[in-house]
Write a protein that binds this ligand. Sequence first.
Ligand SMILES: Nc1ncnc2c1ncn2[C@@H]1O[C@H](COP(=O)(O)OP(=O)(O)O)[C@@H](O)[C@H]1O
Ligand SMILES: [Mg+2]
Length: 208
Amino acid sequence: MTIIVGFISQKGGVGKSTLSRALAIEAASEGLDTKVADLDIQQATTTNWLRRRMQSNLPMKHLSVESFKTAKNALSRSDKYDLFIIDGPARSSEASLMIAQSADLVVQPTGASSDDLEPAILKFHELVKKGIPKSKLKIALCRIGTESEEQACREYISEAGYDVLDGCLYEKPAYRQAQNLGRSVTETSYKKMNEKSEKLVQSIVDLL
Ligand SMILES: Nc1ncnc2c1ncn2[C@@H]1O[C@H](COP(=O)(O)OP(=O)(O)O)[C@@H](O)[C@H]1O
Ligand SMILES: [Mg+2]
């Protein structure tokens, strides 16, 4: 049976691709046959990231990335894998709804500003209105500055009625640099930073 995890958001640049890759690396290293569907047709950033990973001679076993033009195309190919991760497009309500209907778990990364949090909550409200159960919808905190900022985000999201995943991703150049080299945010050169990002990834794994 295939497990489908969809990363969606209203805004771009919030961490969908970053978390898709980190979850994929974790699952593939556990031996799960893992596919990331890259729906960013204009930039194909995760497809390019995998190419950099190959050039860096990093482990690729059980891991593949494929570009799809639409969520429908991607979903029609999901059944061949243990884990099918959808690195979704920003701003497409239609694609988000289709992904949410098919996925076992929907993760929406968000930054800490009101400019990020408000659209994130509205996006989940929109999905709930269309019949998606709240239990499937989780927020992941990404690009966070401080512990107090993390705490304030958690309170805001809980008050809005949604679950926030344990752990968070702090805004750190090392997370960008890791991905520049085809690594995931759990594969930086810094043990402490890997432990932090692993906690967030593990909280996703625990739900599957
Ligand atoms: N926690 C972080 N710290 C530093 N840079 C980050 C972090 N998360 C993401 N980035 C960078 O921000 C950009 C957008 O992230 P990305 O995961 O591609 O967002 P999305 O897929 O939602 O558009 C990328 O260049 C990525 O490397
Ligand atoms: Mg992306």
